[in-house]
Design a protein around this ligand. Structure first.
Ligand code: C2O
Length: 346
């Protein structure tokens, strides 16, 4: 079988209902897929300032109100798109579902499926997914500078802010209030009761871990491929290829949020998925900077893995992992927060 994983028009056409943990899924893209497929090649433009994805818990006052108004409007517009529109809220969930429930077959195979979870595709694929979601919001809002923010869920700093942290020292262990307010388009009622308890941070109420732990060793290998989980070699969806950053906090936090977020068939129906995953990929960058030899794989099977996404103009884009490693080229960065707290826990 061919490696790396390569998604083509034919992959989409051959999509079939999949399943996750025994739950059937039916989220294939429309069978008629024509129109051009355009290669996506980001290019660093030094003349353009990088957009900044900010920490949600640090927003307040006017800045918070402005952001909230835009975000809400974006979701109202996105939900109003017809289901047939690949940019619609519903179809975006469907694409994550198809990539995450074995609905796509590996190139040249009649039984080996593709999953973007529990293996080295996890971090880059989700970065792409959030990236195109953001571009669609920008387009709907008519604001190319609009940036998603991140839920800084790993931030447990309650001590004095350090110099330069812009007052960003509030703990991020709660669902950001704008996502927990029933009057907002960013709200979702289908979440576990724990997420609605105002004084209980998730670290203490996690269903699977008593304590939030990001230990160094677990961050050392977020994308390390397992020998058994490369393109074309394995069918099953075991955790054998997952980096620990995917298992904890990613999977445990999905479970703690509950509701739609419990499983990949429905997770992005909850708008919280997006700031949550923004933080996941931010942590990938943080991990890379920690030293200890942390670095991305250089295996061409990883670098050249290729996926298809619809962009903000409903044009199909061919996207490679190697193009999603440099945030500068993608035109954004993350606000610097005081995120060192967990690094020294063991
Ligand atoms: Cu595709 Cu947080 O999952």
């Amino acid at each position: 079988l061919a490696a790396p994983i390569t998604i083509t028009r034919e992959t989409f056409r051959a999509c079939r209902p999949g399943s996750w943990a025994g739950i059937p899924s039916d989220c294939c893209p429309p069978k008629v897929i024509d129109g051009p497929i355009v290669d996506f090649r980001p290019k660093y433009d030094a003349s353009k300032p990088l957009r900044v994805r900010k920490a949600l818990q640090c927003l307040s006052g006017h800045e918070l109100q402005t952001y909230l108004r835009k975000l809400e409007k974006g979701y109202v517009l996105m939900r109003a798109l017809p289901d047939s529109d690949p940019r619609s809220f519903k179809r975006q969930n469907a694409i994550h579902c198809a990539y995450g429930t074995g609905s796509f077959l590996q190139d040249g195979s009649t039984n080996l499926t593709i999953d973007v979870h529990l293996n080295w595709l996890f971090l880059p694929w989700h970065r792409m997914f959030v990236y195109f979601h953001e571009r669609i919001l920008q387009k709907l809002l008519g604001d190319p500078e609009f940036s998603l923010h991140f839920w800084n869920f790993d931030n447990s700093v309650t001590a004095t802010p350090r110099h330069g942290s812009r007052g960003c020292y509030k703990a991020g262990h709660f669902v950001p209030p704008m996502y927990n307010d029933p009057s907002k388009a960013t709200f979702e009622a289908n979440r576990s009761f724990m997420t609605f308890e105002p004084n209980r941070p998730w670290t203490c109420r996690s269903t699977s871990r008593k304590e939030f732990h990001f230990q160094r060793p677990s961050l050392r290998s977020p994308t390390v491929p397992s020998r058994n989980k490369r393109a074309g070699t394995e069918k099953s969806c075991t955790a054998v290829g997952a980096g620990t950053i995917e298992l904890v906090p990613h999977n445990t936090l999905h479970a703690w949020i509950g509701g739609w977020m419990l499983q990949p068939i429905t997770a992005p129906i909850d708008p919280l998925f997006y700031p949550f995953h923004a933080n996941m990929e931010r942590l990938w960058s943080v991990w890379r900077k920690l030293g200890y030899g942390n670095d991305d794989p250089t295996d061409p099977d990883w670098l050249n893995a290729t996926f298809l996404f619809w962009d903000e103009n409903s044009v199909m884009r061919r996207v490679r992992v190697r193009d999603f490693l440099d945030l500068n080229a993608l035109g954004y960065r993350y606000e610097k927060v005081n995120d060192a707290s967990w690094i020294f826990f063991d």
